[in-house]
Design a protein around this ligand. Sequence first.
Ligand code: XLS
Ligand code: NI
Ligand code: NI
Length: 436
Amino acid sequence: MSYFPEVSAIKYEGPESTNPLAFKHYNPEEVVEGQTLRELLRFSVCYWHTFRGMGADPFGPGCADRPWDDGSDSVENALKRVDVAFEFMQKLGVDFYCFHDRDVSPERATLKESNDVFDTIADKLLEAQQATGIKLLWGTANLFSHARYMHGAATSCNADVFAHAAAAVKKAIEVTHKLGGANYVFWGGREGYQNLFNTDMKRELDHLAKFMHMAKDHARSIGFEGQFLFEPKPKEPTKHQYDFDVAACMNFLRQYGLEDVVKMNIETNHATLAGHTMMHEMEYARIQNSLGSMDANYGDLLLGWDTDQFPTDIYLTTQCMLVVLEQGGISPGGLNFDAKVRRESFEPIDLFYAHIGGMDAFARGAKIAARIRQDGVLDEFVKNRYASYDDGIGKTIEEGSATFDSLEQYMLDKGDSAPNVSGRQEYLENLINQYI
Ligand code: XLS
Ligand code: NI
Ligand code: NI
């Protein structure tokens, strides 16, 4: 039984190909800075958008054509989706996928029943992984859709909801472990507030930290050694999410002693909603040894919400890959397409076009970034820009031997500072365009 009979395995055909169902730039075996593109990019398909998204928006219900899906939350339907997902991923040639518990497995009236169904689905996922070699990049729990999470989960004012969320995360970590998941993600969902008049922010943040510590302790106690990831997002669904941006997340993790265990999962559309570029967020995490993984997508800057589009912008992917290559790769994290086809792109084949485009855009970005780095054009410029710190007075500042007294004396002797040199922004922008 095939769910995508019109598509066979997507092949690399090179930049001259005009076949819309072929890769023009993603040649998985091509080596970039010592790693194959497959190893470097670690592409992942997300279950929620790709296999559960029906295109609903605030103005209308879903209208996607998914002939295999009967729309019910039956176990049979969930099991069938596993076949659909693995056929899709195998044909696409990705090595990883990601899910929330409720994407793969429907919720039942009690926790016990929900967990039992989850076990049944997990068995089938494991079988499919073994049959195809596709691996789990990360698992997570949906702590935001069910009505019980209206006030949040770990930051809910209702302690029973905290307990329920803890039980759900416990189970999701156990399943992630069973499936050999490389990471476990915390995205805040409704962890945030709409109004400070009814909110004890200090208590909510303390609770969130307790929650993460318990999650980590449980994970280690069952032998899960995977990486934990925290995914920043400034707003939506709440007006202010506690995991606002990388800086807010890092401050939270440090305050509560979690910074060695939890790294960042950075999403492009969340970065731009926070008023940052993706490159800013990635670089800010990288310099603090906290760049863990990427949710690769793109947000329409004319719309003020998380549109989760597939990344097609080579400028963006080049910037991302400059940071990834500087770090020497992103493993054990990866590049998860947390992206959805537009509501108007309602046919199954659109799922292929979308992912092929995203993969090609990143492969191209990787190759461009590698050439920029190989020629050393940015590195050399930046190094020279700070040359005044390599010796003399600058060196005393960096080494820590300078004081305000010594700096004042230096200036009194010298009379005035040395003239500045140009930042050459436009020159550098032109240079990057030359590589693109
Ligand atoms: C939502 C988030 C979510 C996380 C996983 O905006 O991106 O999909 O990636 O919970
Ligand atoms: Ni995401
Ligand atoms: Ni998002």
